[in-house]
Design a protein around this ligand. Structure first.
Ligand code: ADE
Ligand code: ZN
Ligand code: ZN
Length: 508
C-alpha cells in the first residue's frame, strides 16, 4: 500500500517507551457526556416493543441516566477492566478474536463483552440480570464507537501526552487540556469544548446529520467486530503525524479537523444501539434452539424457494429485456438530482462511487462463467474458458454502466469531486484505472483500492466507511455514496446512500 495513505507515526515508538514509563494511565470510557449522547439518540428511536421492554427494566428512567454505570462499577469488578475497549494494533484490517480479545483476569474485550451482554439482555434468567445487561449493552456500544477504544497504541492514547488549549463556546476564553492525554481528549475533552449540556450535542446532531443523512445500517457484516474495525480505522485518521505534531500540541484546528468524525461516531453509536435494542426486544428473540433439538426442516427457512437454473434464466432476461438498465437509471437519476441540488450549497462537494456493477459492467465475465465467481483463468475467447477475475480486471475491457457514467458527468460538470472506492486490490490499480478511462470516466479526484495484504474476515463495509471518513477529513462533504451492495453504503460519512440493483452476487 502507498505509505501516504496510512500516515506513519514517526514519533510513536520513541514516545511509547518514554510515555508508558512515566504517565499514570487513566483508562476511561467516553466521558459520561459521550455515553449519554449515544444512549439518548438510541432511546428516541426505539420501537414500541423495545421502548416497553426498556421502560420495564429501567422503571421509567432514561437510558442516558445509566449509560455510564459500567464505568462506576469497573473499579469493583476486576474482570471488567478490559471489557471497555479492544486493542487493535496499528494497521489491523481484520478482527481476530484470539489475538485481540484473549481471555485474561482483567476480562477479554468489548467486542466479546457486548455479545455476552446482548445475549444476557435477550435471555437473562432474572429481571435483575437483564437490567444489568441493558446497562452494559448501552455502555459497550458507546465505547466501541470511541475511536481510541479500538486503538492499541499507548493504551488507546492514554499514554500519549497532549497539551494546548481549545476555545469553544463552553471554554470562556480557553479550555486547557486538563488531563493532558489524547485518550481523555477523545473521551470527553472534544465534546466538552462543544457544549456544557450533552443534550445540546444531541440537539445539534438531530438537526444536522440525523435529519439529513441516510445511515444504511442493515448491510451484512454490520456487527460489533465491524464497528470495532471502523472505529479503529478512523482512530488512525485522527491520531497521526499530520494532525498532531510530535510534541503533542492540540489546538482548535485539530478540533475542526476531527469534529466530523466525532459527530459521525456518536451518531452511528446511537443508531446502531437503537437497532440492536430493537432486535433484542423483538418478540421471540430469546428462542434460540436448544442444543440437540433438531429443527423441523419447515421451520429453518432453508428449503430452497427456487431453482438455480431458472434463476439464471431470469437474471439473463432481466438484463436482456432492459429491466436492469431501467432500474439502474432510476437510482442513478435520483442520485443525480440530489447531488446537483446540493452541489452549490456546500464548499467542497464530493460523490463516492463503487466500481464493479456500479461504474463498470462485468456482465461479460459473469456470463462467460455462467454466474460463477472464478479468480484464476485466462479469460480468453475460446468457448468454455473460465474468465478469471484477475485476468478480466487486468484486461480492463468492462464497459461503463451507462446510467452511472451520466451521473458522473453531471456531477463533474457541477464541480463535484468524484472518488471511486472499491474492494479491488491495490495490485489491480493499473488495469482498473485504464478500464475506467476507456469506459469514459475521466478527471476523478481519487481511486481508492483495498491494500494488497488485507484478507480474512475483514468486511468491505468497514473498509469503505473508513475511506469515506478519510475523504471527509480532507474537507470534502460527501453528498452521496452510490453502490450495488449494501456494504457500499453502510457506516455513515455520506449524506445519502443510493443502492443500484444487482441480483447477481452479494459482497458482505
Ligand atoms: N486501556 C488499554 N487500552 C485501552 C484503550 N484502547 N482504551 C481504553 N482504555 C485502555
Ligand atoms: Zn476511554
Ligand atoms: Zn467504558
Amino acid at each position: 500500500m502507498p505509505v501516504s495513505r496510512f500516515p506513519v507515526f514517526r514519533h510513536l515508538a520513541a514516545a511509547a517507551a518514554a510515555a508508558l514509563a512515566l504517565v499514570p494511565v487513566a483508562c476511561q470510557a467516553w466521558g459520561q457526556e459521550g455515553h449519554a449522547i449515544v444512549a439518548e439518540i438510541a432511546q428516541r428511536r426505539l420501537t414500541p416493543a423495545a421502548a416497553a421492554g426498556v421502560a420495564q427494566l429501567q422503571g421509567g428512567a432514561s437510558l442516558a441516566s445509566v449509560a455510564s454505570w459500567a464505568d462506576d462499577v469497573r473499579g469493583q469488578r476486576p474482570g471488567d477492566f478490559n471489557l471497555h475497549f479492544v486493542n487493535l494494533p496499528r494497521g489491523a484490517r481484520a478482527y481476530d478474536a484470539q489475538a485481540h480479545c484473549a481471555p485474561s483476569a482483567k476480562g477479554d474485550c468489548v467486542v466479546a463483552a457486548l455479545g455476552r451482554a446482548q445475549q444476557a439482555l435477550r435471555c437473562g434468567p432474572t429481571e435483575e440480570a437483564r437490567r444489568e445487561a441493558l446497562r452494559y449493552v448501552v455502555h459497550f456500544v458507546g465505547d466501541l464507537h470511541q475511536p481510541l477504544h479500538a486503538t492499541g497504541d499507548l493504551e488507546g492514547g492514554n499514554g500519549f501526552k497532549v497539551h494546548g488549549s481549545l476555545h469553544g463556546q463552553t471554554c470562556k476564553g480557553a479550555c486547557a487540556l486538563e488531563s493532558g492525554n489524547l485518550h481523555s481528549l477523545w473521551d470527553a475533552g472534544l465534546i466538552r469544548r462543544a457544549v456544557w449540556a450533552w443534550g445540546a450535542y444531541v440537539d445539534r446532531l438531530e438537526q444536522t446529520l440525523l435529519a439529513t443523512q441516510d445511515f444504511d445500517l442493515k448491510s451484512g457484516g454490520d456487527q460489533p467486530a465491524d464497528w470495532a474495525l471502523q472505529s479503529h480505522a478512523v482512530g488512525e485518521l485522527v491520531w497521526n503525524d499530520q494532525l498532531i505534531p510530535a510534541d503533542g500540541r492540540i489546538d482548535d484546528a485539530y478540533y475542526a479537523a476531527v469534529l466530523p468524525v466525532l459527530d459521525q461516531q456518536l451518531a452511528l453509536g446511537g443508531l446502531r444501539l437503537a437497532r440492536l435494542l430493537n432486535e433484542t426486544f423483538a418478540p421471540g428473540s430469546c428462542s434460540a434452539p436448544v442444543a440437540g433439538t433438531p429443527w423441523p426442516a419447515a421451520e429453518t427457512g432453508l428449503r430452497p424457494a427456487a431453482n438455480l437454473g431458472e434463476l439464471k434464466a431470469q437474471f439473463s432476461a432481466y438484463r436482456d429485456g432492459g429491466g436492469y438498465a431501467r432500474d439502474q437509471a432510476a437510482v442513478a437519476e435520483a442520485a443525480t438530482a440530489y447531488v446537483l441540488a446540493r452541489a452549490g450549497q456546500v464548499a467542497r462537494p464530493a460523490l463516492v462511487l463503487d466500481i464493479d456493477e456500479t461504474s463498470l459492467d462485468n456482465w461479460g465475465q459473469m456470463a462467460q462463467n455462467d454466474f460463477g465467481y472464478i479468480v484464476h483463468g485466462d479469460c480468453g475467447s475460446a468457448p468454455g474458458t473460465a474468465c478469471g477475475a484477475l485476468a478480466w480486471e487486468a484486461q480492463g475491457r468492462a464497459p461503463a454502466i451507462a446510467a452511472t457514467l451520466k451521473l458522473y458527468r453531471a456531477a463533474r460538470a457541477a464541480g463535484v469531486a468524484v472518488f471511486f472506492i472499491t474492494g479491488r486490490k491495490e495490485a489491480e490499480r493499473a488495469g482498473t484505472e485504464a478500464n475506467l478511462r476507456a469506459a469514459g470516466y475521466d478527471g476523478w479526484a481519487g481511486v481508492v483500492l483495498r491494500p494488497d495484504g488485507a484478507h480474512g474476515a475483514h468486511s468491505a463495509a468497514s473498509f469503505k466507511a473508513a475511506e469515506r471518513a478519510r475523504i471527509v477529513m480532507q474537507g470534502y462533504q460527501i453528498l452521496a455514496t452510490v453502490g450495488d451492495q449494501p456494504s457500499d453504503l453502510s457506516g455513515g460519512y455520506a449524506e445519502k446512500a443510493f443502492l443500484l440493483p444487482n441480483p447477481f452476487y452479494r459482497i458482505p
